[in-house]
Design a protein around this ligand. Structure first.
Ligand code: GLV
Ligand code: MG
Length: 337
């Protein structure tokens, strides 16, 4: 099933072959807040203008005896701040489909603030059937409560079964906004041997061949490369967005930045930010490098109709590199707006 490319800019009139159109809305970070914590909730009005998306988390990290308070806190949070004034997205992460809380999460939240909610993030999605279920529930709740704007769905890719079904998940509903990699649950589901939340592992390395007497070099690899690549392809093929998920070591900004950057280079639009220090990292990473933008702008300028071949600084440019350049130039424009 091919879905309309609702989240991407239409091709400019007279543009040549399609290039990868960019997201209309800048979504560099999905910033998580725990809605049951009064102190954090009180700071949301001042937080909202500084991030692209505020997400009220109801799932993992919220203790069982605070599930109800989190739901109620989210409703208060949605009522207390005008997120549309700053163009900030308002999302919630609901509990999993096999938990006792999902129905109440959706019933209470859509009933109370469905008209303010942009996206429901659904955890532990295993196949398109999970999306169909949430899609139908949302349709019923929107109809019951007169919610005019369709609430979108964002799936977390965090089970081995979900990864196996990623293409079918990406096109499971016209409500699909995008997908995030959930490295912690995915590591557990796959039986990976790590206790970290995202990022690398000191033992996941390659060793260079010995060269004379030089010591063998060891280089750490990106543990998430395969899944991010698979997720980005599934998302882009269906006109939705891919995101890297959480990075759990708040003390290691450098490693967080490296992980976010790998995801950005591979096609992700943004990442989750769980700590205020990660917001600046996401802003820095999910925007193109100025030198790259300058070079890309030269390519676009040198090939006004996007066709043919030219040489720039000894590097061959043609229709394909024009499309690559457009991705970078368009993103730079979006960041600058
Ligand atoms: C996120 O939910 C994760 O499991 O990494
Ligand atoms: Mg998870």
């Amino acid at each position: 099933m091919k879905l309309p490319r609702r989240f991407f800019q239409p091709l400019a009139a007279g543009a040549p072959a399609p290039y990868r159109e960019l997201p209309v809305k800048l979504e560099r970070m999905i910033h998580f807040v725990p809605p049951h914590v009064d102190k954090v909730r009180a700071r949301v009005p001042e937080l909202a203008p500084t991030v692209d998306i505020v997400l009220g988390n109801l799932e993992d990290a919220v203790p069982i005896d605070h599930k109800e308070a989190a739901r109620k806190g989210f409703v208060q949070m949605a009522q207390a701040t005008d997120f549309t004034a700053t163009g900030t997205g308002l999302w919630t992460r609901v509990n999993a489909l096999n938990s006792p809380w999902l129905l109440d999460d959706l019933f209470e939240i859509v009933g109370a603030v469905g008209d303010k909610l942009d996206v429901v993030m659904v955890p532990k999605v295993e196949g398109p059937w999970d999306i169909h279920y949430v899609d139908q529930l949302l349709a019923q709740l929107e109809a019951r409560h007169g919610v005019a704007k369709p609430i979108l769905i964002h799936a977390i890719l965090e089970t081995a079964e979900g990864v196996a079904n990623v293409d079918a998940i990406a096109c499971a509903s016209p409500r699909m906004h995008g997908m995030s990699l959930g490295p912690a649950d995915l590591a557990a589901s796959r039986g990976m041997k790590t206790t970290r939340v995202g990022g690398g592992h000191p033992d996941y390395v390659v060793i260079a061949d010995p060269a004379g007497d030089a010591p063998r070099a060891r280089a750490q690899q990106d543990l998430w490369h395969y899944t991010i690549g698979k997720m980005v392809d599934a998302c882009m093929a269906n006109g939705i967005k891919a995101f890297y998920g959480p990075f759990g070591d708040f003390s290691d900004g450098e490693a967080c930045e490296a992980q976010f950057r790998n995801a950005f280079l591979m096609g992700c639009a943004g990442a989750w930010t769980l700590h205020p220090s990660q917001v600046a990292i996401a802003k820095r990473v999910f925007a193109p490098d100025p030198a790259e933008v300058a070079f890309a702008a030269r390519i676009v300028e040198a090939m006004p109709d996007g066709t043919g071949a030219v040489m720039l600084d000894g590097k061959m440019q043609d229709d394909a590199t024009w499309k690559q350049a457009k991705v970078i130039v368009d993103l730079a424009r979006l960041v600058a707006e």
